[in-house]
Design a protein around this ligand. Structure first.
Ligand code: ATP
Length: 202
């Protein structure tokens, strides 16, 4: 295994927020900070998926840009970091991500996700193993009710707020219409997007 020495995996309680982050937005950072503080997490790692299972590479912004935007989105935020742990993974399955985390730490793992993702858990690769490896920390999204998979309530932490009504899809759509400052996008990320002409209409 290759371990990036700049990543600090010390601590007993580690949060992981996996996603596409195309681009990262306030919903992502807010969930991480709320979970970090409420659950006394030593660190929350954001793990951008190089090859999200449900999206083609052609429709996804290159990994290096998404990673760089994440770094900007969390700059100055305590006990948060970006991990490149998934960079070598051919497909970005959560179960593989969590196994890779387990190789680096024996800490309790908390996988942070939105209610929309939880609703799709049964379609993930090896959901039982995902729930064995980590406690799921679920945040509401839109009007979606957070419902624990049957018999799995014990490995779930459910937050009823905050609801941060923003999505990467909506932000991409607004950016492609030429909007520069979009709600839900950190100013430094907005500047990066403009500089690299990401999401501009072709
Ligand atoms: P897209 O619109 O492109 O699907 P997204 O906004 O859902 O993107 P992702 O990077 O796919 O962002 O999401 C990563 C994780 O963060 C997922 O678990 C998703 O449910 C969760 N998430 C994203 N935005 C929010 C939000 N506003 N509130 C709660 N959870 C969110």
């Amino acid at each position: 295994m290759t371990v990036d020495a700049s990543e600090d995996w010390r601590g007993n309680r580690i949060g992981i927020l996996g996603g596409t982050f195309d681009p990262p937005h306030l919903g992502h950072t807010r969930m991480a900070v709320v979970a970090r503080d409420a659950l006394a997490l030593d660190r929350v790692f954001f793990s951008p998926a190089p090859h999200p299972p449900h999206k083609s590479d052609a429709e996804t912004t290159p990994y290096a840009h998404r990673r760089a935007m994440l770094e900007l989105a969390i700059a100055g935020e305590a006990r948060t970091a970006v991990t490149t742990i998934e960079e070598s993974h051919a497909t970005s399955y959560t179960v593989d991500l969590l196994h890779a985390c387990r190789e680096r730490t024996s800490a309790d793992l908390y996988f942070i996700l939105g209610a929309d993702s939880l609703a799709e858990l049964s379609t993930w690769r090896d959901p039982a193993e995902v729930m064995r490896l980590a406690t799921l920390v679920v945040f509401p999204r839109g009007a979606e009710t957070v419902r624990a998979p049957e018999g799995r309530e014990a490995s779930l932490v459910v937050f009823e707020s905050p609801v941060v009504d923003v999505s990467s899809t909506e932000i991409r759509a607004r950016l492609s219409q030429g909007e520069a400052a979009v709600d839900g996008l950190a100013p430094a990320v907005a500047r990066y997007v403009a500089h690299h002409r990401l999401y501009a209409r072709a």
